[in-house]
Design a protein around this ligand. Structure first.
Ligand code: ZN
Length: 430
């Protein structure tokens, strides 16, 4: 699938620090330990509706991971999926009397536009569920061959993973069984389905139902893939086991990331005997709320990135507003938050347009230090605020190159383009 265009990424003097992130599986902030090429998988959208601010906040958090790694000298192999076949997509298409393919293509295109406007670095591999079906089917066949999966005995052709044979089950979320059962029921699982071996067994393949699209499947049974095996298959086939960061919203901790991990770990053990983990760190972004409730499709209280853009809101102000809170803190979207970000953006742009500025070295150091510390974006923003205030006041030591360097640093590390100075360094150096 087509990704989106990459924004320019300025190279900064010196090198950034080792990134530390909060790993859900260990329950603490840990250093990431990437090889020369860092590997990250972030779960993508189900394209039945536009990108809301909750989605945007998640992709911005992992965009910071990408930027901090690159600044520390790593290449980054970033993978994201598009769940372009699943129940919610078919339900929405059915409700609106629209072709599900057209709906998926339109919303995926809009997502690309939103990500481009927000200056999110694109994934190297942007992979759809539908295009992955042959690989998913091969993986399900393996699980069936190994006796780790079973076909339900009711003629539907549905295939489930036998979770009693997955030793690592529960190690990603660390939830107890009661919590797992509750989230499983709330988030698309089917604990009460008759004929399953265990209530928490997840579906791998859903046999064809009348009126639904289907593809050739395992054991010759037409149908469509489950969501968790989709991400396991795409990750295994692009960046392999033991990659550095598995990312998503906190509502993916369970069941989605738990099951993707146990599917992949079972497949890898079957293929090579190699043990997991699927990812070295499972990193989760908190939820964005509106009027006291989590912003979610089921509640219908959504603020769309595209709608704000349509109203003429600068995408850089949206970006700054979302980054003004820490990625692991549930937080509210308010008109005041956006206003504050717009004012801040104006101040920063005035500061980088000055002929001289307060010293850039401490800003570069401060930005790197704050972001490497579990993506402390509010701390990073405070560093730039202080520099902008000192620069506009013109008091204390002033450096000629500082505005251009800070402009690049804010762009490269926070992803906020302060366009008025974008060309300044090259012209002055030339
Ligand atoms: Zn996923």
């Amino acid at each position: 699938m087509l990704s989106w265009p990459a924004p320019l990424l300025p190279t900064l003097p010196g090198t950034g620090s080792v990134l530390k992130v909060h790993d859900t599986a260990r329950g603490e902030v840990v250093p990431t330990t990437p090889d020369r090429t860092a590997r990250m998988y972030v779960c993508g959208i189900t394209p039945y509706d536009a990108t809301h601010l909750g989605h945007a906040a998640t992709y911005l958090a992992f965009d910071l991971v990408n930027r901090v790694w690159r600044d520390a000298g790593h290449a980054v192999h970033y993978v994201q999926n598009v769940t372009d076949i699943d129940d919610p997509l078919l339900e929405r298409a059915d409700r609106d009397g629209e072709d599900w393919v057209v709906l998926a293509m339109r919303e995926t295109a809009l997502f690309r536009e939103d990500m481009t406007a927000l200056r999110v670095l694109p994934p190297e591999d942007y992979v759809g569920a539908v295009e992955s079906i042959p690989r998913v089917v091969a993986h399900i066949e393996t699980l069936l061959d190994e006796g780790l999966a079973y076909v339900l005995d009711d003629g539907t052709g549905d295939v489930y993973h036998d979770i009693s044979q997955a030793p690592g089950f529960g190690s990603e979320s660390r939830y107890d069984e009661a919590t797992m059962l509750r989230f499983f029921a709330e988030r698309g699982g089917d604990p009460d389905r008759a004929g399953k071996r265990q209530p928490l067994d997840p579906v791998l393949w859903r046999g064809a139902r009348p009126g639904e699209p289907s593809w050739p499947g395992p054991r010759g049974t037409a149908g469509r893939p489950g969501w968790h095996i989709e991400c396991a298959a795409i990750a295994l086939d692009t960046i392999g086991m033991g990659f550095d960061v598995q990312g998503g919203g906190s509502d993916l901790i369970f069941p989605h990331h738990e099951y993707s991990a146990v599917h992949a770990e079972a497949l890898t053990a079957a293929a090579s005997g190699e043990k997991g983990p699927f990812a070295r760190a499972y990193v989760h972004a908190a939820m964005i709320g509106l009027d006291g409730e989590k912003m979610s499709k089921s509640r219908g209280n959504l603020v769309f990135v595209s709608k704000l853009r349509g109203e003429g809101v600068d995408p850089m102000a949206i970006r700054l507003a979302l980054l003004s809170g820490h990625y692991r803190t549930d937080r509210a979207w308010t008109p005041a938050l956006l206003r504050e970000a717009q004012e801040r953006l104006g101040t920063w742009r005035r500061a980088v347009a000055q002929d001289t500025g307060a010293p850039a070295g401490p800003v570069l150091h401060g930005l790197r230090d704050r972001l490497a510390d579990d993506l402390d974006s509010p701390g990073a923003i405070a560093v730039v605020d202080a520099w902008a205030a000192a620069t506009i006041a013109g008091t204390g030591e002033q450096e000629e190159q500082a505005p251009a360097i800070v402009c690049d640093a804010v762009d490269a590390l926070l992803g906020v383009a302060l366009d008025s100075c974008a060309e300044a360094p090259a012209l002055q150096d030339g």
